[in-house]
Design a protein around this ligand. Structure first.
Ligand code: GDP
Ligand code: MG
Length: 448
């Protein structure tokens, strides 16, 4: 996964304070590979990484994150932006029924979507009507009727009311669409979903028919349905439909499969049209509004890393970090008070094990992470709090009798106090090293 690969990159980057061009290049290279693995189209990858590089080089240095994390954050926000940022809702007609037309290749998931959309709209208090304007494929009308029945939504078909003679290949899909909308208007349905025919590949006759249907019913939305598994073909297909029917939004189907979501980025990037819904199964309820943030982390396959970045940013107290950095710069000694402050910071960052486990740079420290005992933070705190302010500021004076007193006061054993003193000495050493320019201060209690 990208997180694994970035681990290697992170290693070289850790401890650096700024984004150098070489740092950015190394990280962007990994991100390019992740995007290609996710089946994002090559030209889209090229354009995307170029703009990420530009943003990363101009980025402000952020003390809560290391350089690679900063780049990942930029990548993530740019992905979200291209994927549409905010969720785009269906535009409803001011008067009369809202018409939603579905377009896309055969097998993309249009007919299935008609049922899902109908079910969803119905659950929101609408009165949808499905219209069977796919007269191309044998059984297409029957399929829509089955779907409508499952969704509890009525279907307008070439010969409504009967069952056997629907699959009339000579019927006129444009007329059926027109009649369907008229029917909706007469019977006070407020949303009409027009299912249309697809071909296995893009073809001109198909596109002309879709355009004719569109012009006949003047839809508020033309939704382009695309199979998320389509991979590198996404760009060409999307471009053809964008030019052919000028769709207003995209629905990604079959996201329940193992598609990494590259099609989403390709389509959104090439057409500039928002992705509105995601279809995630064959059932009528397997359908949701599209979430750009979720898709971004799916494409990057690094939800954990993103969570970590978010937590680090939210919880790292900048002022404290700055004060600490200043202290080290001034060559002041690391005290137990500093130690306490850092404990507090770590506690704020949530479960230590989980947190450390998520950090790509921590791969070499798995053993220590496993051995880390969450509850030990509480015990350490109790011990430190049993010290006098003078002892905290000048730990050197902590002789045997003082340690015994502290142990009694905190309910710890003398050997626990001694262990803490050892850890503290290690942390002190680490802090000294960090003060010489090796990154964010942190991680006391990690001594082992
Ligand atoms: P259409 O030709 O565009 O109308 O596509 P259909 O709606 O007939 O769907 C083609 C096939 O894909 C059917 O077998 C559907 O059950 C299946 N399908 C559609 N959407 C999804 C989805 O989101 N997930 C999965 N797993 N299958 C889907
Ligand atoms: Mg169909």
């Amino acid at each position: 996964s990208l997180s694994d690969r970035l681990t290697a990159t992170f290693k070289n980057l850790r401890g650096k304070g700024k984004l150098s061009e070489a740092d950015v290049d190394a990280t962007v290279r990994e991100i390019r590979r992740a995007l290609l693995d996710a089946d994002v189209a090559v030209p889209v990858v090229r354009e995307f990484t170029a703009s990420v590089k530009e943003r990363a080089l101009g980025a402000e240095v952020n003390e809560a994150l290391n350089p690679a994390q900063q780049i990942v954050k930029i990548v993530n926000s740019q992905l979200q932006e291209i994927l549409g940022g905010e969720t785009r809702r269906i535009r409803m007609a001011k008067t009369g029924p809202t018409v939603i037309m579905l377009a896309g290749l055969q097998g993309a998931g249009k007919t299935t979507l008609a049922g899902k959309l109908g079910y969803w709209l119905k659950s929101q208090g609408h009165r949808p009507l499905l219209v069977a304007s796919d007269l191309q494929r044998p059984n297409a009308v029957t399929q829509l009727q089955v779907v409508g029945e499952r969704a509890g939504v009525p279907v307008w078909a070439p010969h409504p009311g009967t069952t056997s003679e629907f699959d009339d290949p000579t019927g006129d899909p444009v007329q059926v669409a027109r009649d369907g909308v008229a029917q909706a208007r007469a019977k006070l349905f407020d949303v009409v979903i027009v299912d249309t025919a697809g071909r296995l590949g893009v073809d001109q006759a198909l596109m002309a028919q879709a355009r004719d249907i569109r012009d006949a019913v003047d839809p508020q939305e033309v939704l382009f349905v695309i199979d998320a598994m389509i991979g590198q073909d996404a760009v060409q297909t999307a471009q053809a439909f964008n030019e052919g029917v000028d769709f207003t939004g995209v629905v990604l189907s079959k996201l329940d499969g193992d598609a990494r979501g590259g099609a989403a980025l390709s389509v959104a990037s090439v057409t500039g049209k928002p992705i509105m819904f995601a279809s995630t199964g064959e059932g009528v309820k397997d359908f949701e509004q599209f979430h750009p943030d979720r898709m971004a982390s799916r494409i990057l396959d690094m939800g954990d890393v993103l969570t970590l970045i978010e937590q680090a940013e939210q919880n790292w107290d900048r002022a404290e970090a700055q004060k600490m950095a200043q202290k080290f710069a001034d060559q002041e000694d690391f005290t137990f008070d500093d130690f306490l402050v850092q404990m507090q910071q770590l506690k704020k960052m949530g479960s230590m094990k989980k947190l450390l486990g998520m950090m790509p740079g921590m791969a070499g420290m798995r053993e220590q992470i496993e051995a880390f005992d969450e509850s030990s933070i509480g015990r350490i705190e109790a011990i430190v709090r049993s010290m006098t302010p003078h002892e905290r500021a000048a730990p050197k004076i902590l002789n045997g009798s003082r340690r015994a007193r502290i142990a009694r006061g905190s309910g710890a054993t003398v050997s626990e106090v001694n262990q803490l003193m050892e850890r503290f000495a290690q942390a002190q050493k680490m802090m000294k090293k960090m003060a010489q320019g090796k990154g964010i201060p942190g991680m006391p209690g990690m001594g082992g």
